[in-house]
Design a protein around this ligand. Sequence first.
Ligand code: WT7
Length: 590
Amino acid sequence: MSSPATPPQNPPSTDVPPTIEWQRKPAGIDANLRDYDSVASTFDWKTVEREFDWSWTQKVNVVHEAVDRHAVSWRKNKIALYYTDDDRRDEKYTFQDLKILTSRFAHVLKRLGVKTGDRVGVFLPRTPELYIAILGINRVGAIPVPLFEAFMEQAIEDRLGNSEAVVCVTTPALKDRIPRAKLPALHRLILVGAAGESADHEVSYEQAMAQAPDWVEPAWLTIDDGLIIHYTSGSTGKSKGALHRQYAMVGHYQTSKWALDLREDDTLWCTADPGWVTGTSYGIYGPWTLGISSVVIGGRFDPDRWYQTIQRYQVTMWYSAPTAYRMLMSAGDALPRQYDLSSLRHICSVGEPLNPEALRWVRQITGIAPHETWWMTETGMQLICNYRSLDFPIGCTGKPFPGTSATVVDDQGKELPPGQLGNLVVKPGWPSMMKEIWNNPAKYQEYFRIPGWYVSGDTAYKDEHGYLWYQGRADDVIKTAGERVGPFEVESALVAHPAVAEAGVIGKPDEVRGQIIKAFIALRKGHQPSEQLKQEIATFVKNHLAAHAAPREIAFVDKVPKTRSGKIMRRVLRAWDLGEPVGDISTMEE
Ligand code: WT7
């Protein structure tokens, strides 16, 4: 590998270890994807295009495929969205409702001069308005830029600045985190839930929606036009914007059908926030292009509420993340027994590896084994999965989605034999592959540094049955509670604190969260290490960047180890953390 990879904790061997337990497919299973092997060998994405009206009209807009066409079919009164925050709101929206509301919102945007291709920020808590805004933006052909609700000023400035968003939809409570003075392109804020008069640059969502018409024809696009930009983190530099094309809907649709196994009468609960790609690919575009009902809950994570949600909505398909499953697990076995979880028929997991212990626990509580799905913000759709109709060894990541070709190669791009650890790569050309990194062609090229392959940055091996096994990251990207955090962003926030001279950040293994963020900090002259200072620094990052990006552990050091060219040696920090030998430090500065 080009950069020194972290060695896997359990180096794979060519023999499948005897301890491996196979998860057998349920007897008499009737899955959408019936026979993986025969489908995988013959499948052609062209056949999926025919599922979309644009395949014969040539008029492309995801809002037509996800909303409008259902609103003129028998699905018009089918519930698209169930919403509750268990507090003030308890609502249902049909496809017909979504057609009207996203039309109205499109009108509001048009009145503000938003045009095809413009970027529009969506900085909202998880409420129905978040979903209406994203699809309303799509309706005018503009590109939504979702901003996770927990982001603070620096994170917002980076993303709205880089995307040059012209409008941002937000709330009175969140708007103070938008540094308008530093965002020259941003000329209007649309405020959801604002009471009374607003300033010149502010528009009341409720007032504007009340005056808007019930129908706005979608802007007709091509399959290459923009669908959405999701910002994500790498090991170097600020966050980068992965731009997806309208054509991505083909991938969202088919993976929702075959990996999530969604059917007409399903009720899907995808627990991810649309601030992250899972919350849009599988909380919006996938299920709704299929015309499936979807559940969204607002508010904070709470084990009781989670089980309550499954019981109340009789959720059939549950898509969540390992950290969530582990948090439920640590809340104990007694709690789930108080609820009826028997509606569930399929469960999937994403974001980080699901450890066998957590998989078995979910299986014991629900009777269903969670199925892995591996993918990334940049890939737009699931690429390596376990399927309902296929046995799999517990702990594996799965097999390539039909029509895609994830595999393991060396640094030259040569495929490696079973059992050998290497780069997890994918042949470019799957439907939802990002189109570009916004405003940064050089960053985009980095993903193709091994000729002929999209390089994920993960390491993996393949076993002799063709299953892929994720082994870790090859770079310094941190995954904490399933959320991707770039060490550089955290280090930049840390050095902005007046007491911090230098900072280096790593992911430290953690039983529940997968990794936690640990910072090594050298203080400026005149500052003394103390517990109180640690607290103060962590709070500082929380207030500038986001709570999930704040270090949970801080160690004070005399100096942060750097190479002679000034690169932070996170490998050395990881060794310090584990109390292990630091290895070759010949490139380290004096
Ligand atoms: C990284 C991408 C797009 C889904 C949400 C995460 C890790 C993702 C798995 C899995 C092991 C996984 C990888 C990947 N990852 N799914 N099933 N098993 N690791 O998207 O924030 O862009 O992160 O998440 O390391 O590269 P993301």
